[in-house]
Design a protein around this ligand. Structure first.
Ligand code: FE
Length: 137
């Protein structure tokens, strides 16, 4: 079921994720800027959560922010993500997590382009890109 929460133990997540995926998704880590495989990707498709497969972002909302991380103006659906105040590292930021598995995705900032003015700054390693299918027939 798409809307059921995914709850797993750390040991279960460790067996399902790469060490870097675990560090980011389950420990709130951040991949080094400019190292992610999706930062400059322009293909059409959907970005799913690398933890649970939930559809999170669309290539239609992706833009080049110059930050070194994949950036989107909005999620595919508002319900797909959750936002939380994050005061770690002496900063006040808004953390973005997957609504289905609670995995850490990145942060959202108010310096994005139209139409929302928002910049969802998301770790590539927290995402799994699914290219748009070619039209059949
Ligand atoms: Fe998820």
């Amino acid at each position: 079921m798409q809307d059921e929460k995914v709850v797993r133990t750390d040991d279960e997540w460790r067996s399902l994720l790469t060490p870097e995926q675990f560090r980011v998704l389950r420990r709130g880590g951040t991949e080094p800027a400019g190292t992610g495989e999706y930062t400059d990707l322009e293909k059409r498709g959907v970005y799913r959560c690398a933890g649970c497969g939930s559809e999170l972002f669309s290539s239609a909302d992706k833009f080049h922010s110059g930050s070194g991380w994949p950036s989107f103006t909005q999620p595919l659906k508002a319900e797909a993500i959750e936002e939380h105040e994050d005061r770690s590292f002496g900063m006040s930021r808004t953390e973005v997590t997957c609504a289905r598995c609670s995995g850490h995705l990145g942060h959202v900032f108010a310096d994005g382009p139209d139409p929302t003015g928002l910049r969802y700054c998301i770790n590539s390693v927290a995402l799994s890109f699914v290219p748009e299918e070619a039209d059949e027939g």
